[in-house]
Design a binder for this molecule. Structure first.
Ligand SMILES: [Zn+2]
Length: 157
């Protein structure tokens, strides 16, 4: 189960691998790269399908579960990118290259963050709520990994 959770986390972050070529293309201008990196195929629903199918090809015992996790992890990443910050995601790719998103961070909290961009991003309620979700998931993953028998053994010690 821990391996599946770690796999889901890794695949969930995979779309942001397109930050590397965006940073190189923008001559390491971080803000420019952040706003432009979602124009790659990694931030599209077809990539979620590719991730799911590629995972199905692996010879794992529960490959349907792993494939579903892979596809869902990418789709959740795209959904969060659409809701939180930036231009959105090309949800209708390859039929359209239009970006769809709410951009809550900028529309609700202002867009002129300048040099304070990173600090404000890391202390923003949207980012903090993502970290809280991650902490809750880690708590439940650890709890399910321990199992009821192990938990009762801890109490006895
Ligand atoms: Zn992203």
């Amino acid at each position: 189960m821990t391996a599946l959770v770690l796999f889901g986390l890794a695949i969930g972050f995979a779309p942001d691998a397109d930050m590397v070529p965006a940073l190189i293309d923008s001559d390491w201008a971080f803000l420019q790269a952040v706003s432009e990196h979602r124009a790659s195929l990694l931030h599209t629903p077809p990539f979620a399908l590719v991730a799911a199918v590629a995972t199905l090809l692996l010879r794992t015992r529960e490959r349907w579960l792993w494939g579903t996790v892979a596809g869902a992890a990418v789709l959740v990443h795209l959904a969060l990118d659409s809701i939180t910050i930036g231009p959105g995601v090309m949800w209708l790719y390859p039929y359209s290259e239009a970006f769809y998103g709410l951009n809550l961070a900028n529309t609700r909290y202002g867009r002129d963050w300048g040099d304070q961009w990173l600090v404000r991003y890391l202390t923003h309620p949207l980012f903090l709520s993502e970290m809280a979700l991650l902490a809750v998931a880690a708590f439940f993953a650890r709890r399910s990994h321990q199992g009821p028998l192990r938990r009762s053994n801890h109490k006895a010690v």
